[in-house]
Design a protein around this ligand. Structure first.
Ligand code: RIB
Length: 309
């Protein structure tokens, strides 16, 4: 039976505009294309894990608008258990206007909407189902009190956790995260979390070790096109990237984390799971969109086979 993963986190509707450049203040500029898609860091990670065959449940909140219902339908159609997806009356769903330039680089605004209503009481309401999970994933597009509460809940019940501290939140208190199993920041988030510089590999190591000294067992720093670095108390390992021509890098970090969760929970092998996750994320950026770009297990198997051919 597939291991069970829970995502306690956000969902958004991505409003994606392709741009040549950002308009200057006061300027009106024509953009070449627009597309809508399903996003939100929590939902993205849930969908990546589910498309790879994991048994996934999601604890999240949508608004009582058209985006809310289509988000629920989308989670369901990806095989995700939606028993703990709540609808907040009178609230809008989360939306993310996204701008993608010709190099595939993105700029994102988020309006959290109903994601702000995900509270510790929702974790209590989902507690019996959460206890059946092998791993819980969290991000920071929901209230911090809910993240701290979920981390404490998971620790109490012996469930491993992944925290992706994104988007960077200056008010995040690292002392409340000491029992998190894996913290997965990018360089900016690591700098904010530790108050230390992260401009060089040495600085990244030092900053990660300051988290390990606080009790976090494993830090995985995502480095964009440079890959990722796995740092534990006694080892530091580079996870090399696969070089591809990017079409759209939006959601690549979520593809990495969601697929890592799936690979890790099945095998408990850290480094091989991270290497596979790096391939999964690389494959995702060769296609436009966020969740739209995530491969199924069959598609991913074909992709990895093509690399060996
Ligand atoms: O990580 C990418 C995601 O960030 C997008 O899908 C957007 O919704 C924002 O949450």
């Amino acid at each position: 039976m597939a291991r069970r993963i829970a995502v306690v986190g956000s969902n958004m509707t991505d409003l994606v505009t392709s741009i040549i450049r950002m308009p200057a203040p006061g300027e009106t500029l024509e953009a070449p294309a627009f597309a809508m898609g399903f996003g939100g860091k929590g939902a993205n990670q849930a969908v990546a894990a589910a498309r790879l065959g994991a048994d996934v449940m999601m604890v999240t909140k949508v608004g009582d608008d058209v985006f809310g219902q289509s988000t629920i339908d989308n989670l369901k159609s990806n095989g995700i258990d939606i028993s703990h997806v709540g609808t907040v009356v009178g609230q809008s769903s989360g939306v993310a206007p996204i701008f993608v330039d010709e190099s595939g680089e993105n700029s994102i605004l988020i309006i959290k909407g109903a994601n702000n209503d995900l509270k510790p009481a929702d974790i209590d309401a989902a507690a019996e189902d959460l206890k059946t999970c092998d791993l819980i994933l969290m991000q920071l597009e929901v209230p911090l009190e809910t993240v701290y509460y979920t981390a404490a809940f998971a620790d109490k019940h012996g469930i491993e956790t992944i925290l992706n501290p994104a988007p960077a939140a200056p008010e995040l208190d690292p002392t409340k995260l000491e029992k998190v199993t894996f913290v997965v920041p990018n360089e900016t988030e690591l700098a904010l979390l530790t108050g230390m510089p992260t401009g060089t590999d040495e600085q990244i190591e030092r900053a990660a070790h300051s988290l390990i000294a606080k009790g976090i067992r494993t830090v995985i720093v995502t480095l964009g096109s440079r890959g990722a670095r796995l740092i534990t108390a006694d080892a530091s390992t580079m996870i090399e990237p696969l070089k591809v021509r990017p079409k759209d890098t939006t959601g690549a970090g979520d593809a990495f984390i969601g697929s890592f969760a799936r690979f890790y929970v099945e095998t408990k092998e850290l480094e091989p799971s991270l290497k596979k996750a790096a391939l999964y994320a690389a494959d995702s950026i060769t296609r436009p969109g966020t969740q739209k770009s995530y491969a199924t297990s069959e598609e991913f198997a074909a992709f990895t086979a093509s690399l060996k051919a």
